[in-house]
Design a protein around this ligand. Structure first.
Ligand code: CUK
Ligand code: CUA
Ligand code: CA
Length: 637
């Protein structure tokens, strides 16, 4: 299924013409797009080239200039979130989340361990879907939420400081994959799909997935409290999810309606389904205390499965072909779009028909399907330009297909109309794609990122492990134009783009910020003002060393402890100048942390080795940065 390099690729890149555009109705293309035809084939080569030229924005961001968009990239199984400027594709920052970070001390400092909670024991994570909180269907710049498939977690990042401030493990589940946010009236809830079907209870007595006690759960998380508000049991499994623009509905794809354990089994059914959730109805049931719980968890659980052919009040199942993957709400609010993966189609579910579906006024759940356009091989995800066009990744074809939603509906209703606008080759095997502001009412159709899983020959070889290739595509004109190849480290499944005016981070920390409030509260109990004092507190075999730092020196340059003492070093950076971050590293102790202007950070370790141990500032903060050092003197026990 990998994409062989073929001689058609070169002219394709240079002209913006798709390979299928050149080939016209090739056998494969004809079979796939059927009567829809191929948009690019109807334009003359000359007018096509002119359109490409017109489409190209100036994407060069000169030194000293700022990008117009800010992008947040999932770091995949590397575990972090990365911040990029768009259109330059310059990486601006990394936000450690589910990983351990040597620079900032994420996973090492007391503050980060407190946020990670019980899951601090895990050294890995696998994040896929970063999403920015919204108010009235627009980014409000407050938070980013992101899933961890590997260890079944959901984390929140505060965008004012660009740090993770909450992390929770979802109970009763294995593997959180799809994650989206309530858009309207605001992000009250985070919707998170637990992908895998497991036995309940999972105590080693039951292993047959066909059993009624084997299922998975849709998770509704209170975004502010970061607690699971309630869970809904579903038939089948759960892949991706999204929410609507009314605030009432959310929907998720299921690829394993078969409840199978192997590949062949999971592909047995010609159709799986989209499960639609009536969030309001579920909320009502929880309020009326009509729920159960599972195991030791106190989280309210509702049963959203069909029983004897009867739907639950909270769910409806809409059959769609086949092993669908991405689920995307169109930015005009009209459709949930399920991407067919093993079917060359996407299924457009008309959201305006969902109230009737839940009121049992439709004969067939498929009556909600507004269109099922054929797009090409392996449709995975769809994005939108706010001008009525959708863009879908074709994993197997290694293309992004641009198509018109209204025309797709007309074609579905029997009109002879071509809904395909263009197919653009991408390099190679794209998963997600994301257009600027596409998850909001403000979708502005300027830039599109295609997140390609394979880069093959696009970059200098760097060994058997290849970078991914995140490609920047200009979609501002009538024609898509590829303008940049962006190598990325494993593996950004997804990204999100906001306008730079929508995210306003602080330049220095606020004193007593909640991020380190636990540490300043501890200092207070010790009678220490971290903003002025340099003090050593002994408490049995626990020693707390409170020091300030001002470039280029620590407030304490020598402290004495006894072998075996548990030492907590608390450093407060008194510098108020933007960008003057310090670090604290205790040599040979596995201790490293960031202390940015006005930040307090702390780390705890055991002084096991008698002798003299240097500590130093690790952030190049001053001409005399090398001299910013101190010594811990450990007396033998
Ligand atoms: S994704 Cu998570 S398997 Cu298509 Cu949203 Cu990559
Ligand atoms: Cu402080 Cu380097
Ligand atoms: Ca299936």
């Amino acid at each position: 299924m990998t994409h062989e390099k073929d001689p058609q690729q070169k002219p394709v890149e240079n002209t913006g013409l798709s390979r299928r555009g050149f080939l016209g109705a090739s056998a494969a293309g004809a079979a796939l797009v059927g009567t829809a035809g191929i948009g690019s084939a109807v334009m003359s080569r000359e007018s096509w080239a002119a359109a490409v030229k017109n489409a190209q924005q100036n994407y060069h961001v000169a030194p000293g200039e700022l990008d117009e968009y800010i992008g947040f990239w999932s770091g995949g199984h590397q575990g972090e979130v990365r911040v990029l400027g768009i259109p330059s594709m310059r990486e601006l920052m990394r936000i450690p989340v589910f990983n351990i970070d040597s620079a900032t001390g994420w996973g090492i400092t007391n503050e980060s361990k407190a946020i990670m909670g019980d899951s601090a024991k895990f050294l890995n994570g696998d994040c896929h879907h970063p999403h920015i909180s919204m108010t009235d269907g627009r980014y409000d710049g407050k938070y980013i939420f992101i899933n961890d498939k590997a260890n079944t977690r959901v984390a929140r990042i505060r965008l004012d400081i660009m740090k993770c401030d909450k992390m929770i493990t979802i109970p009763n589940c294995q593997a959180i994959h799809g994650l989206r946010l309530q858009k309207v009236p605001y992000t009250k809830y985070v919707f998170a799909n637990a992908e895998f079907i497991i036995p309940h209870p999972n105590d080693g007595k039951l292993f047959d997935l066909q059993d009624d006690n084997c299922y998975t759960l849709y998770n509704i998380i209170d975004a502010e409290a970061m607690e699971v508000a309630f869970q809904i049991i579903v038939d089948g499994n759960l892949d991706n999810t999204d929410a609507d623009y009314t605030g009432r509905f959310a929907a998720a794809t299921c690829y394993n309606s078969e409840k199978a354990t192997d590949l062949g089994g999971m592909m047995r059914n010609e159709r799986d389904w989209v499960v639609v959730f009536d969030i309001e109805a579920a909320e009502k049931a929880v309020k009326a205390k009509k729920f159960t719980t599972l195991g030791n968890s106190k989280v309210p659980v509702l049963d959203g499965r069909k029983r004897n052919g009867k739907d639950s009040p909270f769910t409806r199942y809409i059959p769609v072909p086949k092993n669908p993957h991405g689920l995307n709400t169109s930015s005009d609010g009209k459709y949930f779009i399920a991407n067919g993966k093993l079917s060359p189609t996407v299924s457009m579910i008309e959201i305006a028909k969902l109230p009737d579906l839940f009121a049992n006024k439709l004969k067939d759940p498929r009556d909600t399907i507004a269109a099922e356009p054929e797009l090409g091989l392996g449709p995975l995800h769809t994005t939108f330009d706010g001008r009525g066009n959708a863009y879908t990744t074709l994993f197997i074809d290694s293309q992004v297909v641009k198509w018109n939603m209204a025309d797709a509906v007309r074609a579905y209703n029997g009109e002879k109309v071509n809904y395909i606008r263009q197919k653009l080759d991408v390099h190679y095997q794209p998963g997600h794609l994301h257009a600027s502001l596409c998850e909001t009412r403000d979708a502005d159709g300027k830039w599109l990122i295609a997140l390609c899983k394979f880069s093959k020959d696009r970059f200098l070889p760097v060994g058997p492990l290849h970078p991914e290739n995140d490609q920047l595509i200009d979609i501002s004109g009538d024609v898509m134009k590829l303008v940049h190849d962006g190598p990325t480290y494993a593996e950004p499944h997804d990204c999100i783009l906001a306008h730079r005016s929508q995210v306003k981070p602080k330049k220095i920390w606020s004193r007593n910020d909640p991020f380190f409030a636990g540490t300043t509260a501890m200092a207070k109990k010790d009678g220490v003002d971290v903003y002025s004092d340099n003090k050593i507190i002994r408490d049995g075999n626990k020693v707390r060393v409170y020091m300030t730092s001002v470039a280029p020196s620590f407030g304490i340059t020598e402290f004495k402890v006894k072998q075996g003492d548990e030492v907590t070093v608390v450093v407060t950076n008194l510098d108020q100048i933007e960008d003057v971050s310090h670090g604290f590293v205790m040599v040979n102790h596995g201790v490293s942390m960031e202390i940015s202007p006005q930040q307090t950070a702390s780390v705890t370790f055991v002084a096991n080795d008698p002798g003299l141990h240097w500590y130093y500032c690790s952030w190049f903060c001053h001409a005399l940065h090398m001299e910013m050092v101190g010594r811990m003197l450990v007396e033998p026990a």
